[in-house]
Write a protein that binds this ligand. Structure first.
Ligand code: FAD
Length: 382
């Protein structure tokens, strides 16, 4: 049975100082009308915003200076991240690179990958996609069929990925591919590759979601060459690597602040004299948010110590996305407002967009059933 606990993490003075700096940066952005607070923050792609954020020193901050970072603590990063999300800033372009691809390269990449890629991510100029899911291999990730064959000086990848967020915009994608036999555990023979999206042999086809947006894609690889020094870790280590990457993906404030602007809008819409039901429901949501924030802060501390808090991260994602999905329902109960994309006013617009996006919150990054099955195994119930 895996032991875990959410020890309280105290934010160090440097983290609180960073809160002042990032708030000042965001206030200036809003004052200059460079962005309008967005309803579903990290779904939005704005490379100009990411470049300004990078130039101001708010991306890749936990990495060593030699790779473009500032050797800051993961708790300082946590504070910057939560402020960026709470402000409703359009932070989606660099999000995956800063959250998981960069840390994955720092831990497992070659010296060339670290030197060439990490400083560009930190400057807000280089973006990543996640190449895990395939048709027939979503929840059952070990079933991936994309193959990489050894060739002179590198590897040749052929196969298909699906639901790849921003594949049509990004510079690189970390692809999980089969390089050997599955073995009895089914987890053997997998390897992760850093694939340059400009390489010949890659075709990206867009998929529209139910709100009509083009965010995710199908990606086809046909003998796409990847040099040896763009392999992450050792050949065959892919399962351990991808599991570690998911701990970065699942535990941050982006798992409970995706629609924070709707909570702000709800509180404004209810006004200073809520009735009893409104006070109880909003109080409950705010209390839940405070608990989630403490749990997520605790995981940021664990990640900073080099631990891989796989089960605690799954708990935060399951509870956090449940919170995010409950929010539009609570908003509909408390305020008489018909969600419609053509509706007038910021609250109605925010509600409509969140209602359309909310079902995806508990799918992206691993579904609720899969997370609960991992948690059950982690606490010895399976
Ligand atoms: C907005 C969004 C963005 C995404 N971005 C990316 C991306 O950038 N890169 C990427 O690789 N993927 C991405 N995904 C894909 C996402 O990771 C998968 O959708 C997810 O892992 C589920 O896989 P699936 O869609 O194949 O569903 P399936 O695995 O087919 O599951 C269908 C249903 O069956 C349930 N189920 C499956 N197996 C079990 C089981 N053993 N026990 C109980 N229930 C089970 C699931 O919980 C789910 O409810 C994204 C998805 C969304 C919605």
């Amino acid at each position: 049975m895996q032991q875990f606990e959410f020890t309280g993490a105290v934010l160090p003075p440097a983290a609180e100082a960073a809160r002042g700096s990032i708030r000042a940066f965001l206030a200036e952005e809003v004052a200059a009308a460079r962005f309008q607070p967005h309803r579903c923050t990290w779904s939005s792609f704005d490379s100009g915003f990411s470049q300004r954020l990078g130039a101001a020193g708010f991306i890749g901050i936990t990495w060593p200076e030699e790779y473009g970072g500032q050797s800051a603590s993961s708790l300082t990063r946590f504070v910057i991240t939560e402020e960026i999300l709470a402000a409703g800033s359009p932070c989606g372009a660099h999000w995956i690179a800063d959250r998981q691809s960069g840390p994955q390269i720092l831990r497992h990449g070659s010296e060339r990958a670290k030197r060439e890629i990490l400083p560009r991510i930190a400057r807000g100029e280089c973006y990543f996609g996640i190449g895990m899911s395939e048709p027939g291999a979503g929840s059952d990730l070990a079933a991936v069929r994309t193959r990489a064959e050894k060739v002179e000086g590198g590897w040749s990848i052929s196969g298909q990925k699906i639901w790849t967020t921003n594949a049509h915009h990004v510079h690189y994608m970390i692809v999980l591919a089969r390089t050997g036999e599955r073995g009895e555990s089914r987890h053997e023979g997998l390897t992760q590759f850093v694939v340059d999206m400009q390489t010949p042999g890659i075709e990206v086809r867009g998929i529209r979601d139910m709100a009509g947006n083009h965010e995710f894609n199908e990606v086809f690889f046909d003998n796409c060459f990847v040099p040896d020094d763009m392999v992450l870790g050792a050949e065959g280590d892919g399962w351990a690597l991808v599991t570690g990457e998911l701990a970065f993906e699942r535990s941050g404030p982006d798992r409970f602040l995706s629609d924070y602007q709707l909570l702000v809008g709800l509180i404004d819409a209810v006004g200073p004299a809520p009735d009893r039901l409104q006070a109880v429901e909003i109080g409950r949501m705010v209390a839940e948010l405070a608990s989630l924030r403490r749990m997520s802060t605790s995981i940021a501390g664990m990640l900073g110590r080099g631990e891989q808090p796989v089960v605690p991260a799954a708990i935060v994602k399951d509870l956090g996305t449940g919170f995010e999905q409950a929010l539009p329902e609570v908003a509909r109960r408390l305020v008489d407002c018909e969600p419609s994309l053509g509706a007038e006013g910021p609250f109605a617009e925010a509600l409509a967009e969140t209602v359309l996006r909310a079902p995806s919150f508990s799918l992206r990054g691993g579904t609720r059933e899969i997370l609960r099955s991992m948690i059950a195994r982690g606490i010895g119930l399976r």
